[in-house]
Design a protein around this ligand. Sequence first.
Ligand SMILES: Cc1ncc(C[n+]2csc(CCOP(=O)(O)OP(=O)(O)O)c2C)c(N)n1
Length: 315
Amino acid sequence: MMLIRRFEEEAARAYAQGKIGGFLHLYIGQEAIAVGASAALQPEDYVFQTYRDHGITLARGMAPEAGMAELFGKDTGCARGLGGSMHFFDAETNFMGGWGIVGGHLALAAGAAFKSKYTGDGRVTICFFGEGATNIGGFHEAMSLSGLWKLPIVFVCENNQYAMGTPMSRTSAISDLTLKAQGYGMAGDHFDGHDVRVTAERIGVAVDRARKGEGPTFIEISTYRFRGHSMSDPAKYRSQAELEERKLRDPVVVARRFLMELGVSEDQLDDIDAEVDTRIDAVVKFADESEPAKAEVMFSTAVAPEAPGVIHGDA
Ligand SMILES: Cc1ncc(C[n+]2csc(CCOP(=O)(O)OP(=O)(O)O)c2C)c(N)n1
C-alpha cells in the first residue's frame, strides 16, 4: 500500500513538473481495495480496471519502473509509452488493461470470464469500476450475461462517492447498489474498503465462489478518493471537513495501526517506508532516463497490415 501511495505522490509531482502528458487519475485513499483483491487472487486470474489503474497493477506485481515510464511516455513503459496513465497493460501479470470509456470494459471482462468457462481454464476474472459505471448500458449487459451463464467473474464497484464532481445521490435512484445484483440473479455484497484485512477476506469469498463454478458476485465497496477526480480537478464540490473525516480512516494509517497491534515496531514500519522511498527514487530516475516512445512501435501496433483481398474505398 505504501508503494502505491508513494508511486502516486511522485506521479502527481511529476505531472506538475510537466513530465506527464494527458490525464492522471490518482487512486490515493482506495489502496486497501487493490491490495486486498490481489491477496484474494491467483497469478493466472484476469484483472480489468478503469483509467484509475496504477494501484491494482502495482499490487499485482507489475514493476513500478514500467508504470512510471508509461506515465512519462517512455518506450520502457508497460504499454511502450503509448497508453499513458489510463491505459496500463501487463500481459505478464494478466492485467488486461486500464480502460477510459466508463462501463465499456465490463463487457470485455465478461468475455474473458466466458472464455474461462468455455475452456475450463480455472481462472477467475475480476473487474473494477466506479459507482458511476453502474448507470451505463454496458454494465447491465455484462451483468445480465454473467448472471445468466454463471460466469467466473467478480464485479467490484469501488464506490468512492463521486463520479467526477457528481455525488451518487444525483446519479442513482437507489443507494444500495447490491440491489442491482439481485436483478441479474447473482450474489451481492457491500462493505467498507478502508481495512485491507476486510477487503482481502470478502473479495476472497467471491473469488472462491467464482472458482468453484457457483457464479458471479457483484461487490460494492465504500471508499473515498483523497484527491480530485483527475489532476485538473480541485474537488470544490466537497467540504474540507468531509475530506478530513475520511482521512481518519486512511487505509495506510489503518494498516499501520493494525501492524503495530500485531507487534511490529514503529522503527520497522519506518524502515519499510524508507525502503519504499529509495525504490521510488530509483523508479523516477529510470523513467526520466528511458528513451521516449517510438513512432515505429505506434504504427506496427495501431495500424493493421493490409490484408490480402481487402478492398479499400468505395466498392
Ligand atoms: C461513456 C463515458 N461517458 C463519460 C465519460 C467521462 N467520464 C470520465 S470519468 C467519469 C466519471 C466516472 O465516475 P465513476 O464511474 O464513479 O468512477 P471514478 O472516477 O469515481 O473511479 C466520466 C463521466 C467517459 N469516460 N465515458
